[in-house]
Design a protein around this ligand. Structure first.
Ligand code: 5GP
Ligand code: ZN
Length: 115
């Protein structure tokens, strides 16, 4: 847990969110500024800064988050049409919240390459 981290505050319930999934490992909730009709963030309950922190010791956390992303995509009805899962790392990666999160985006045709 990190005191001033916005996603730790959401995990603790100090900041409200629209939850779509929760288990012991993770929380999934709707992005406050959606970039697509479905835009859900999947975050671990423990504070991890980014994908760059992956190691043998915590790799199962990342696998669990990706499993949840696919499950939420099914629940949101976008599994058949397709969707995107992305994580931003650091300044040039476009990361603004330094608590690991996967974006699940869907419900419209995605473009490539991303900006
Ligand atoms: P990043 O830019 O780090 O990849 O993604 C951070 C995401 O968190 C952004 O899409 C932003 O809209 C979202 N976000 C930031 N603060 C909050 C918040 O308080 N509640 C929710 N639901 N989403 C947030
Ligand atoms: Zn945090």
């Amino acid at each position: 847990m990190s005191e001033n981290c916005v996603f730790c505050k959401i995990v603790r319930g100090d900041i409200p969110s629209t939850k779509v999934y929760e288990d012991d490992l993770a929380l999934a909730f709707r992005d406050i500024t959606p970039a697509a009709p479905t835009h859900v963030l999947i975050v671990p309950k423990q504070h991890i800064s980014s994908l760059a922190e992956i190691s043998d010791a915590n790799a199962e956390v990342y696998a669990g988050l990706l499993k949840i992303a696919a499950q939420v995509a099914r629940d949101e009805g976008i599994a058949e049409s397709g969707y995107r899962v992305v994580t931003n790392i650091g300044d040039e990666g476009g990361q603004s919240v330094h608590h690991l999160h996967f974006h699940l985006l869907g419900g419209r045709k995605m473009t490539w390459p991303p900006g």
